[in-house]
Design a protein around this ligand. Structure first.
Ligand code: 5GP
Ligand code: ZN
Length: 155
């Protein structure tokens, strides 16, 4: 997507950072993507990777942007790994308030990990039984096979 037809929201914090109206600790940028350090990191090096276009959530991101995003995620991760001697990392993305999204310009969190850093991001909660799990997978897959009513952008 070219500069001219990229969506922008002038009230959006990340659009203002992308436009250079607000400062950021820039790590990487190209024509499609900007990456900068999170101001309130879960670990040093916690980086936010954003598309330059204003897409509020993952569901709004045009599939054609995915390759640019993916390439940037890998570039930044390799740099973080070399710089901070990472042993692992999270690539996380929150969508909608119920999932903890606070900035409604889709962004990907790269969070450095080492084996003994003490971060505990989530704990699994098992299904009641194998049947419940199998039934849910079957319902989802037949819903997808039947065609999603509003398309993949609908919430
Ligand atoms: P979310 O909760 O929406 O997934 O993540 C928003 C992230 O943006 C948070 O981790 C928060 O620390 C970060 N953030 C919020 N405001 C700013 C800012 O002005 N600059 C930077 N660099 N990060 C910010
Ligand atoms: Zn925006």
């Amino acid at each position: 997507m070219g500069r001219a037809d990229r969506p922008v929201d002038e009230g959006c914090l990340f659009c203002r950072i992308i436009a250079g109206a607000l400062p950021c600790a820039r790590v990487y940028e190209d024509e499609h993507v900007l990456a900068f350090l999170d101001i309130n990191p879960m670990a040093p090096g916690h980086t936010l990777v954003v598309l330059r276009g204003h897409y509020p959530t993952l569901l709004d991101v045009p599939p054609g942007e995915a390759g640019h995003l993916f390439t940037a995620l890998k570039i930044v991760t390799v740099a973080l790994r070399a710089e901070l001697r990472l042993e692992g990392f999270h690539c996380l993305q929150n969508n909608f308030s119920a999932a903890g999204q606070t900035v409604f310009h889709a962004h990907w969190h790269l969070i450095p990990r080492t084996a003994h850093d003490g971060l505990a991001l989530w704990a699994g909660r098992p299904y009641a039984d194998g049947d419940q799990m199998r039934r849910l997978a079957e319902s989802l897959s037949s819903r997808i096979a039947g065609g999603l009513s509003g398309g993949t952008h609908e919430w």
